[in-house]
Design a protein around this ligand. Structure first.
Ligand code: SD4
Length: 348
């Protein structure tokens, strides 16, 4: 008796069983399914970022173009944590980190970039116009100027100036790890304990780093991150947001992930690459993010009590999920039928 089956029959069977198979891995397949295209961005403000990017995706454009649109929107706004209006380092200088990755595993990044308004667009030029992945400091700025990005003046935004002056007084010019999470500057709302508030007193949504991941109508994935990094950091410090595999990773066969929070802890575990690898092994986006968070906590449980890291991911099925160490990490999802902020689950 022959056990061979025709190719057509095999394909029919595989098409039917493949999605089911992933559910047979115990404890691995939970999460929220949605449709493509999909745009996911960190924090409540991610909702506006998604809106800015959406017209690209709804017109069947490329995910990587949507990511850049979202980044430009948030970089052009004044906030604590993204763009030239953000909080400076301990020397009072705003330095920006950004990265981008597309469906072909092309990637580009800039770190410690000064005086340039749209760092993610510079990262995209690095990706598309150079054989390199990462440019830093003066070299990154020189490259940006050569590519037509204007040099902006070194002026702190009103919010950043106030926060910096307050920090100088309180901390006597000593860098304090996680200062951005420990001081709820501009807010009296303490709904997240010592961690970043959801909203400022005037109702503006708060956010940290803007991480974005998207799948376009063709099913292709891309992602990007843009940030001023940890507030009042040592001049020259680079976090996870410029790091491919740390703050962002995209594998067009599997999924994409991005992170926000204390970049050092994300770098230590190659966080977003780890999340994508967990998804490759059958975990849902939410459980993959949870496993990465657990890895951070396991390395140093005592330290993990005082820090925040959040991951958010999507897989090739358009399933999304997030997880963080502490309460308070949120991400926004936009599809044709959904426009929603999700509070991520958390460990502690
Ligand atoms: C960094 N991950 O520079 C960024 C900062 C951040 O919430 O996300 N803050 O480490």
């Amino acid at each position: 008796m022959s056990y061979t089956i025709g190719r057509r029959k095999f394909l029919q069977l595989s098409a039917f069983t493949a999605p089911l198979l992933s559910f047979r891995l115990p404890g691995k397949a939970v999460g929220i399914f949605t449709t493509k295209p999909i745009m996911v961005s960190t924090w409540d403000e991610g909702k506006n970022v998604n809106a800015a990017a959406w017209h690209v995706l709804s017109a069947k454009g490329r995910a990587v173009d949507a990511i850049e649109k979202g980044a430009i929107y948030i970089e052009n706004k004044i906030s604590c944590c993204v763009g030239l209006g953000a909080y400076p380092d301990r020397d009072g200088i705003v330095t920006l980190d950004a990265c981008i990755m597309d469906e072909h595993a092309n990637c580009g990044a800039v770190a410690g970039l000064e005086h340039i308004k749209n760092p993610l667009s510079v990262a995209r030029k690095v990706m598309e116009n150079t054989p390199h992945v990462l440019l830093v400091g003066n070299g990154a700025q020189q490259f940006a100027l050569e590519n037509g990005f204007p040099k902006e003046p070194a002026i702190l935004s009103e919010d950043a100036k106030k926060a910096y002056e307050q920090w100088l007084k309180k901390n006597q010019y000593k860098p304090v790890i996680n200062i951005e999470n420990q001081t709820a500057v501009n807010t009296s709302k303490k709904e997240n304990g010592p961690f970043a508030p959801f909203f400022f007193e005037d109702g503006r949504p708060n956010h940290d780093t803007m991480g974005m991941i998207a799948m376009d109508a063709s099913g292709n994935l891309s992602g990007g991150v843009t940030t001023s990094g940890m507030a009042f950091k040592i001049h020259g410090r680079v976090g996870d947001s410029a790091g491919i595999g740390a703050g962002l990773y995209v594998d067009n066969e599997i999924g994409a992930a991005t992170s926000s929070g204390v970049g050092e802890e994300v770098i230590r575990i190659c966080g977003t690459h780890l999340v994508v690898e967990y998804m490759r092994n059958g975990y849902s986006p939410e459980l993959a993010c949870k496993k990465a968070v657990e890895r951070i906590v396991k390395l140093n449980p005592a330290k993990a009590k005082d820090i925040q890291v959040g991951f958010v991911a999507i897989n090739k099925n358009g399933q999304h999920g997030g997880y963080s160490i502490q309460k308070g990490f949120a991400y926004a999802v936009k599809t044709a039928g959904v426009d929603k902020i999700y509070q991520s689950k958390y460990l502690q």
